[in-house]
Ligand binder design. Structure first.
Ligand code: FES
Length: 115
């Protein structure tokens, strides 16, 4: 089940490259590319590099360590890489942007107990 978190000042991130943000205890990356906001894994699956130090080209985020490339829409790495990153859904309501993050087991459990 997804929990939606509001992204404060999403427009302000437009010229900031790849940035890290924490939502509900989970740290993820956000970036704008060609007027679309994208949300994805914090770490590169190859050797754990922080993708906040990466950059975007041709619709992909490029890892700063060994240049693995990941599609910003599907999360797929280039074919020879055999890896992928997680992509988080983004939605826009009125003028605000939200990112959807799966609830962890304990979040779901504790949430159901308090309802
Ligand atoms: S750690 Fe990202 S490509 Fe190696």
């Amino acid at each position: 089940m997804l929990q939606w978190y509001k992204i404060d000042d999403a427009q302000y991130l437009k010229d900031k490259g790849v940035t890290e943000h924490k939502f509900g205890g989970k740290t993820i990356c956000l970036t704008w590319f060609e007027d679309q906001l994208h949300a994805f894994s914090r770490k590169c699956p190859h050797a754990g590099a922080p993708l906040k130090n990466g950059w975007c080209e041709r619709g992909k985020v490029i890892c700063p360590f060994h240049r693995h490339e990941f599609d910003l829409v599907t999360g797929r790495g280039n074919p020879a890489q055999h890896d992928f990153i997680h992509i988080y859904p983004i939605k826009k309501e009125e003028k605000a942007y939200y990112v959807g993050i799966e609830k962890g087991f304990w979040q779901s459990f504790l949430g159901s107990k308090s309802n």
